[in-house]
Design a protein around this ligand. Sequence first.
Ligand SMILES: [Zn+2]
Length: 352
Amino acid sequence: MPTTIRHRLLLLAAVLAWLTSGAIVGGGSWRLMAAESQRPVIHYITVNSRKYLRLSEIARFYKCAVSQKITSKEKVLTITNRLGQKVVFTADSVKCTLDGYQVNFCYKVIFRNGDFHLEQTDFTNFLDPILRTQTIPKRKVKTIMLDPGHGGKDQGTEQSGTKEKDLNLLLAKRIRSVLQRRGYTVLMTREKDMDLTLASRSALCAAKKPDLFISLHCNAHSEASVNGIEVWIANPVGVPSYGTTTLGKNLPGTKFHSSNALLAYLTIKSLVKATKAADRGVRRKQLYVISHSPAPSMLVEFGFLSNEAEREKILSAEYQDKLSAALCDAIDQFAKVTAPKPAPGAPPKNHR
Ligand SMILES: [Zn+2]
């Protein structure tokens, strides 16, 4: 089959799969039933050798209300389903909001020929699985490895006497307690202040084979005003990391795109909702430990120690409890959505 036709069919299959199914994210469901005869043709354009899907065709078939705001300053497309869930795209930007929470594409949304277009891998590897969660491979989530960032000589950031390595460990222990109370088995890459290379962390992960790997960090910025929460997952091979032109390499842990996308989205949503912290969104980069994990993985930046107000909050037990509970809530939601279906006739049992 000629490559162009094969690509077109593969692309169409991916889009159709999304369009003809329902999905549950958080509290609502996207209703996407469609008869064969109503299946659309989705057009794409090619820019810099990348394929970009026409968003209006997806939205129309999807029976989403579409509103566009086109001014000389910005071009914004909002698609809204019958349940009021909104996805907001902005031309010439990687930023997108999904029910008000920020997810960042690897490529900017393009406005061309009077229409908005989304790069194909941003759709298939990232947005689509969040909207259509039933496409995500089922997997049990029982054992979770927590990785408190830095340690020993590597202090991470240090701000006004607060060392990131210590705070990461403190947060990890709080999160471990909450997860254990909820029935998970928790492994840690370190339980004390010690040197631990990134390769050693990944080797531990490879040896123990947890169901999820979560690296825990606090952030710093040269501008003291910067604050908020970020969740990082690995970007696909050949696709640029957030805010750079560095292309993702072929690393073992970069294949869990759909699981990672949902896990990270549920996490940013849960953390921001619980804390009211600034939402800096889901971002993608092949950071070492999350790119070498043999399980779905993410790296959470709980806030900026370089911002005095945020540092004070993160140092308080009350805020640490909020962060811990919110992260565990997101893991619970992820575990529920991806839980393997019980065998027919099997007695009902708790997935954990
Ligand atoms: Zn760090």
